[in-house]
Design a binder for this molecule. Structure first.
Ligand code: NDP
Length: 311
């Protein structure tokens, strides 16, 4: 079995996979072209198109992350090779931490305290009942459902939304357009953990942002394409003039790195993080990749990516 690896920490991956699979040949994308050829599997993250195009006998592609948007846009991606992606692999917990931080930031008025500090303004703000602070979670996949449960365990009422109906203990699950409308109208802090697909592009447009109650906040660690950035800026208001929304914590953007002249950088009610919400924990990911390779080789049924749905 030959595996070609492409990711920033490729040498570590090569070592770990070689150790776990002593009979396999594991090379990185840095290897000479003739050593990369005729791979059985690619284990890749944001790989150059040629690495995929040069293969002639692939049995499977393992996406070394949860989002497959980059991979599915790769020119020459074969349609007949099954693709699997990392599912949770420790990212759920990291994402839950990020979401909880974001919700707490607004729930405990940290945005107001940051605003007060430059003028040495000492003014505590009342803490509402958690029961009065419903949190909406868009996307209830491997990561989203983990986040929804963590927020629920932290004491917030949680409303979740996905494409197909779901049952998650303690989470009020919605689906479909009507479900989204209902969720948005009740949500105080909205966490978006949907994939980047044709159907989710600008799912939060001006109209949908306006459906959130006045003073609601948005936390987006999903993908930049989910939110119409101009509509978000308008909803947040300009300068000291607060708009319909109270603030946003954003980890992902339509263009990354976020260009220096993007007005989101300067907005007083926006916090920017550089796509760091849930980096893939190496050991968990390696274990999952080894399990995938084993399943491919033994013909076990695998939950594969649906290129038509885009995730
Ligand atoms: P999954 O594929 O497991 O789940 C995706 C969820 O989104 C599912 O619940 C799915 O619904 C739902 N969904 C997809 N399309 C629609 C739609 N059109 N309408 C309603 N719901 C929809 O993904 P993960 O949970 O593993 O990851 C989610 C995303 O998080 C990734 O795609 C990636 O973009 C992002 N991410 C960001 C990271 C960061 O560091 N910022 C790190 C890791 C991931 P259903 O269940 O019905 O199929």
């Amino acid at each position: 079995m030959k595996i070609v690896v492409h990711i920033d920490e490729a040498a570590q991956w090569q070592e770990a996979l070689s150790e776990a699979l002593p009979t396999a040949t594991v090379v990185t994308s840095e290897a000479p072209a003739d050593e990369r050829k005729e791979a059985d599997y690619l284990a890749i993250w944001k790989a150059p198109a040629h690495l995929i195009q040069e293969q002639t006998q692939l049995k499977g592609i393992i996406n070394l992350g949860a989002g497959v948007d980059y991979l599915l846009k790769t020119p020459g991606l074969p349609r007949d090779v099954p693709i699997v992606k990392l599912r949770d692999a420790g990212m759920g917990e990291l994402m839950a931490d990020y979401a909880l931080y974001g919700v707490m930031h607004f729930y405990r008025s940290m945005d107001h305290y940051a605003e007060q500090q430059p003028s040495a303004h000492w003014q505590p703000h009342a803490v509402p009942e958690k029961s009065q602070w419903p949190v909406g979670v868009l996307g209830l996949g491997a990561i989203g459902r983990f986040v929804a449960s963590a927020l629920q365990q932290a004491g917030f009422p949680v409303l979740g939304w996905s494409r197909s109906p779901k049952q998650i203990s303690g989470v009020h699950c919605f689906h479909g357009d009507d479900g989204l409308n209902e969720l948005l109208s009740q949500t105080q802090s909205l966490v978006t953990i949907l994939p980047d697909t044709a159907a989710t592009k600008h799912i939060l447009n001006a109209e949908r942002l306006a459906q959130l109650p006045k003073g609601a906040s948005v936390i987006n660690p999903g993908r930049g394409s989910l939110i119409d950035e101009q509509a978000l800026l308008n909803a947040l208001g300009h300068g000291d003039q607060q708009g319909h929304l109270r603030g946003a914590l954003l980890d992902v953007f339509s263009e990354e790195p976020l260009p220096g002249n993007n007005p989101l950088w300067q907005h007083p009610r926006v916090i920017i993080t550089p796509h760091m919400a849930a980096p893939t924990p190496l050991n968990d990911a390696i274990d999952q990749v080894i399990a995938y390779l084993h399943a491919f080789e033994t013909g076990e049924q695998l939950a594969t990516v649906n290129p038509d749905a885009g995730y």
